[in-house]
Design a protein around this ligand. Structure first.
Ligand SMILES: C[S@@+](CC[C@H](N)C(=O)[O-])C[C@H]1O[C@@H](n2cnc3c(N)ncnc32)[C@H](O)[C@@H]1O
Length: 274
């Protein structure tokens, strides 16, 4: 038995092209995270692990020309592609640089808002990341973070999740796929000394056109790391089994909706660190 499969951060270089196709999952939840943090015109926002800008673009709209959004991400390809997206959209108040969220090198107390969507669960040391969020914020500044709680499956077909767990176990991963979904963002913020910590569960439903569209989408998420850890015969067996479960559920309007319930948490840096 090997350890539970984590998500290898380098996988995002391979996820970056064609990221989040068919359903705009990350953009939906990114906008919600920005709404919760509520950046005001003129504010400075740091979007940690920005990816293709699911939070960066809506935050840039909100802070307007007098404000600024700095995105950081570890993936070279995400940074390159987002740089070109920012240019193509003419978003003059946003930029992105390569940086490890666990060792932020931004100036202390320089942001009004720190965002981090769907990334703490990937990091080997999320506590170091959250401590850095606190340092980056001015006293009283707001932080908003999100993490996934399960694999999005059309029709919420539980047997599909069981197939994922069973193939993880067959590949020798002791805890199946469950470990990566256990991050508690509110607890991390509390431990790091944030105040006004509030946890919430956001719910959204997504409809995929067909099973191939869902399968393609999963390849642009951290699940890809699990697929890449499987020997070719197991990966093909997994694919066949989930297709066999999902294809009979298809209707002319697409697959039944899949429900996703990520954990969100918001907090403030205390006005005084004393
Ligand atoms: C699931 S994606 C989420 C991206 C974006 N926040 C969104 O909501 O679409 C996870 C992102 O975290 C980035 N990431 C993973 N580990 C990181 C680290 N240690 N420092 C900075 N970024 C990291 C990946 O490169 C990837 O872009």
């Amino acid at each position: 038995m090997t350890a539970a499969p984590g998500v290898n951060a380098t996988v995002y270089d391979r996820c970056a092209h064609g990221y989040d196709p068919h359903i705009a999952f990350f953009r939906t939840f990114g906008r919600r995270l920005v709404d919760l943090a509520g950046p005001a015109p003129g504010e400075r926002v740091l979007d940690v692990a920005t990816g293709r800008g699911a939070c960066l673009f809506p935050a840039a709209e909100r802070v307007g020309p007098a404000g600024r959004v700095d995105g950081v991400d570890l993936s070279v390809t995400m940074v390159e592609l987002l740089t070109s997206d920012i240019g193509a959209c003419g978003t003059a108040n946003a930029s992105v640089t390569r940086m490890d969220a666990q060792a932020l090198t931004v100036p202390e107390a320089s942001y009004d808002v720190v965002l981090c969507a769907f990334a703490l669960f990937v990091m080997p040391d999320p506590r170091a990341a959250v401590a850095g969020f606190r340092r980056a914020l001015r006293p009283g500044g707001r932080c908003a973070v999100s993490v996934p709680t399960a694999t999005l499956v059309p029709g919420d077909v539980e047997e599909v999740r069981e197939v994922f767990h069973s193939y993880a176990a067959r590949a020798g991963h002791a805890a199946g796929q469950r470990g990566i979904y256990s991050t508690d963002p509110a607890a991390l913020l509390e431990e790091a000394g944030f105040t006004d910590v509030r946890a919430s569960e956001e719910v959204a439903r997504f409809v995929f056109r067909d099973v191939t569209a869902w399968w393609e989408w999963t390849w642009t998420t951290g699940i890809r790391s699990f697929y890449e850890s499987l020997p070719a015969d197991l990966l093909e067996g997994l694919r066949r089994e989930v297709f066999a479960l999902l294809e009979p559920t298809a209707t002319p309007d697409g697959l039944p909706p899949g429900t996703d319930r990520p954990r969100f948490a918001t907090a403030r840096r205390p006005e005084s660190d004393g």
